[in-house]
Design a protein around this ligand. Structure first.
Ligand SMILES: NC(=O)c1ccc[n+]([C@@H]2O[C@H](COP(=O)([O-])OP(=O)(O)OC[C@H]3O[C@@H](n4cnc5c(N)ncnc54)[C@H](OP(=O)(O)O)[C@@H]3O)[C@@H](O)[C@H]2O)c1
Length: 316
């Protein structure tokens, strides 16, 4: 286990995974959790990152922050997604090396894997084929992060553990439609349609793409598990190991919200990768299993959105 009395730097704490991770760290007895917001520490600013490390001297660094977005946002700004994420990663790795951190975590994503897998995706699938074009730049920045983890380990002895998360949703997710991930976007669409008495909801694509969903609480538990129990830099998948089609997901959410109208599909919009379900046998053998089932996670997400809507805390 890592030392709860040493300083731990968590990036991205204003985001979904980072917010839940921050709560978990505090509940787990860490006495000094640093969680600067972007306006206090822009991770793309090299001199600001170096200055911060020189002042605060973190023993552990959790690289959770990233520029994250859905298909539309990634397609509109591939330069931004590639540039921001590469810079953040380069700055954090090099500052960690210069100021001698003891252990780091780099959070990856299942988008690092090539398209075309019909079975469960094992860790060994990395760099065996073409990436999904709609978020290629973001995926490439994550792959560079993984490679840097290995290079810094081999060349300088800096240990960075690398969980590869499947699609994350749940507590702390965004419901503003420009930023929401698919599950939360669907929750909003169906709750709003129910409340407005709409006759139908039209969704992007054909609904045949299959996706796996990991609750943000399980993502945060995985972050702590990797810091406490993993001691090598190879990436390891984190997910449920089971998936559903977007059509099945939409039906589950429609039912759970009580929406009684029709679900329509717009095939002129992209589906993204057809299947993306991780082989999680390696992590299970190491002793980690997610706890939140999809049904429970959907119910909780609906309740969270209804609360946000009721209290008027919703962005556009
Ligand atoms: N969501 C998923 O489905 C998923 C799946 C697999 C892996 N992941 C990984 O999980 C991590 C967190 O994702 P998330 O869904 O929680 O994203 P999120 O809610 O969008 O949070 C991203 C965080 O990064 C911060 N950030 C962005 N640019 C920054 C910068 N230049 N300097 C400092 N901070 C910056 C954001 O700050 P602002 O709020 O100020 O922008 C925010 O706190 C990412 O590494 C992502 O790749 C996510």
């Amino acid at each position: 286990m890592i030392d709860r009395n040493k300083t731990i730097l968590l990036t991205g704490a204003t985001g979904m995974v980072g917010g839940v991770t921050r709560t978990l760290l505090e509940q787990s007895g860490f006495s000094r959790v640093l969680a600067p917001a972007r306006q206090d520490l822009d991770l793309t600013d090299e001199s600001a990152v170096y200055g911060y490390f020189a002042r605060e001297r973190p023993a552990y660094v959790l690289m959770v922050g990233a520029r994250v977005g859905g298909i539309a946002a990634n397609m509109q700004d591939p330069v931004g997604f590639t540039d921001v994420n590469l810079r953040m990663n380069l700055n954090l790795f090099s500052a960690s090396h210069r100021y001698g951190t003891e252990k780091n975590l780099f959070l990856g994503s299942s988008c690092i894997y090539p398209i075309g897998h019909t079975g469960l995706i094992p860790e060994s699938a990395l760099l065996t084929g073409e990436l999904e074009p709609t978020n290629e730049g973001y995926a490439l920045s994550k792959i560079v992060g993984l490679k840097l983890a290995r290079y810094y380990w081999q060349q300088h002895g800096l240990l960075t553990v690398c969980p590869m998360l499947s699609n994350v949703y749940g507590t702390g997710d965004h419901f503003d439609l420009g930023r929401a991930h698919v599950l939360s976007a669907l929750v909003r669409r169906f709750v709003d349609a129910r409340d407005n008495g709409a006759e139908s909801v039209t969704l992007w694509g054909t609904g045949v793409a299959r996706r796996e969903f990991l609750h943000s609480e399980d993502a945060a538990r995985a972050v702590l598990f990797f810091m406490d129990h993993i001691d090598q830099p190879d990436h390891i998948n984190v997910g449920l190991g089971t998936d559903v089609t977007i059509r099945e997901l939409a039906d589950l959410i429609a039912q759970a919200t009580g929406f009684l109208g029709e679900v329509r599909w717009d095939p002129s919009k992209p589906d993204g990768m057809l299947r993306k379900c991780l082989d999680t046998s390696k992590l299970q053998a190491l002793g980690f299993t997610p706890r939140v089932t999809l049904g429970e996670g959907i119910r909780r997400t609906i309740a969270e959105y209804e609360t946000i809507k009721r209290t008027g805390a919703l962005k556009s």
